[in-house]
Design a protein around this ligand. Structure first.
Ligand code: ATP
Length: 247
């Protein structure tokens, strides 16, 4: 199950055996890239999550993928873009594995209430109103979630997913959905998010620094904010410092 991209992909995709971080690799090459260019690696020694947290990326047929995108609407749209990436990744993995994969606001995929994949969108720079972003994706196809160490039988099926096909489909679908997002914003994606939302109508807590806010998750609005029902009222929460948890 080596990645050699024998499936057709209209993106330029570089295949790297070992790298510090696929995001970092593209961030250092922004001037040479066009939207949709991507890279994959078999192993990452310094993969990161949000706020400098570590993303475990051992050898073993997982997916470590990054794509460059020139975001015409500017940096304010990066939040929405990250939600579109989650939808595309969840739907592609669902169709290839048959597993009930879900999205978790703002940047993870879940399977059986465990984190299966993380998405990290990083800003590389700006030209006028445009933001240059790198979209990073790590998917546990064979490895166990390092936080829970729960051996999940259903996980095993994901190991059978053809990674070449997965990369080709994710790259192709991402390009077309990101163009749709640039033209129409998040509105066309709201129903998809609700269909895939792991937390919809469940009691959750938001961790914002030392503060905890409790409520019932009610999906997202068309700005990409998380909607939370609190005392009968729906409030929108947005921001990079928020972590969502089951309550
Ligand atoms: P949350 O929103 O849940 O607080 P996050 O989405 O901000 O977390 P990230 O920064 O995206 O988390 O990812 C880093 C965290 O994910 C790590 O701190 C660790 O808990 C967890 N993690 C790291 N590697 C993996 C992996 N391969 N699979 C699942 N979880 C991982």
């Amino acid at each position: 199950n080596k990645i050699d991209l024998h499936y057709q992909s209209d993106s330029h995709c570089e295949i790297l055996p070992i790298i510090d971080s696929t995001n970092q690799y593209l961030l250092e090459r922004i001037g040479q890239l066009t939207s949709g260019d991507c890279c994959v690696a078999e192993f990452q020694s310094k993969a990161r999550g949000r706020r400098g947290r570590k993303w475990f990326s051992p050898f073993g047929s997982n997916l470590y993928f990054s794509m460059y995108w020139k975001l015409e609407q500017g940096v304010a749209a990066a939040m929405g873009l990250s939600l579109v990436v989650g939808i595309v990744l969840a739907d592609t993995l669902r169709s290839l594995s048959g597993q009930d994969i879900k999205v978790k606001w703002p940047n993870d995929l879940y399977l059986n209430d465990q984190k299966l994949a993380g998405i990290l969108v990083e800003l590389a720079g700006k030209t006028g109103d445009c933001a240059h972003v790198v979209i990073g994706v790590g998917v546990n196809l064979t490895m166990t979630n390092p936080d829970t160490n729960i051996v999940n039988q259903k996980w095993a099926n994901l190991g059978k997913v053809d990674r070449n096909l997965l990369v080709a489909q994710v790259a192709k679908t991402l390009k077309s959905k990101l163009i749709e997002f640039e033209q129409h914003g998040l509105a066309p994606f709201i129903n998809d998010w609700h269909r895939l939302d792991n937390f919809a109508n469940r009691p959750v807590k938001l961790l914002i620094g030392d503060n905890i806010i409790r409520g019932i998750a009610k999906g997202i609005n068309d700005q990409g904010a998380l909607l939370l029902e609190q005392n009968g009222k729906i409030n929108a929460h947005i921001g990079g410092e928020i972590s969502l948890r089951m309550d």
